[in-house]
Ligand binder design. Sequence first.
Ligand code: ADP
Length: 352
Amino acid sequence: MSAIVCSHVDKAYGATAVIRDLNLSIEEHEFVVFLGPSGCGKSTLLRLLAGLEDITGGEVSIGGKVVNDLEPGDRGIAMVFQNYALYPHMTIFDNIAFGLRRQKVPAAEIVKRVEAVSRTLGLDPYLGRKPAELSGGQQQRVAIARAMIKTPKVFLFDEPLSNLDAKLRVHMRIEIKELHQRLKTTTIYVTHDQIEAMTMADKIVVMRDGRIEQVGAPLELFDRPANLFVAGFIGSPAMNLLKGVVRKGDKPVVDISGTAFPLAPGSTARDGQNVVYGVRPEHLEIHPDGVAARISVVEPTGSETLVFVRFGESEMVALFRERHDFKPGDTLHLRPRLDQLHLFDAETGNRL
Ligand code: ADP
């Protein structure tokens, strides 16, 4: 049985549709990430699942039960917010215990449960402190502890790491993933950061404009993006997306501003079809048969080098892990790896 099912879910604020006819199943124990640009509706969808907002149409089920009319507290979910929402005047112990006290759980059991989650999250030394006396990462852990203590069926995280600095974000991301591996609680995590999504998720739901663009495992989305939006959104540096026309002669090619790029064998693209040719920077290799391109900028980062090149009216970027002595103005011959090509219909944006 799926942990959560959304069936034809709509949400509108007045005349503005924010979620449109959305269908989605989330399996038990999965770590699912809602990913998309700001304003695409991912937080709204999370809040609909939590019951913090009412849906306009459709049905949401949690654990096989329709929850459309259930209060947030009766849905078996716990949410961790971006701003932690800790009570500043209370100790860490009292912050974590707050929900249980409201439920009138006996005091001795509260102590036992607070101690257990504190141990799991490494918070035991801080139980007597106030939130302001903890670091950002520790405050984040308190927010997680407060959700965990409810032993929910589903954890919901709304951009929980966006207030942390880059280094701490990487650390907390590993901590949350490790926690999920231990507890195996079904988790939904909202972010606009595709690296966070790629590194944490079992399954990513890519959203745009209130709709789902693609659902899949991180590497499935990376290897076979269903459309131009997903192709451009997943992967860093982003995929090169070059407009061209298919020419199916003896040797089928895509003509990109007068330069012939190879077409993958067996491609179903039609002769004369307008396409977008997708090749990731790391899938361009130096080869004498490659396309001649002039280097405009070289960006070494130490572990890899990005090389921006121009040919005809077009530009693309190549990524090399080995060291080269490239200079702006040099000519490179670059060839895409045929087994790593992506081709999209220019009109529909869909993968061919
Ligand atoms: P995301 O989390 O992907 O950044 P949101 O779910 O927060 O996006 O918002 C989706 C859209 O819904 C945005 O255009 C936002 O302005 C709109 N929206 C969100 N909440 C409300 C609200 N309470 N009233 C009106 N519009 C809202």
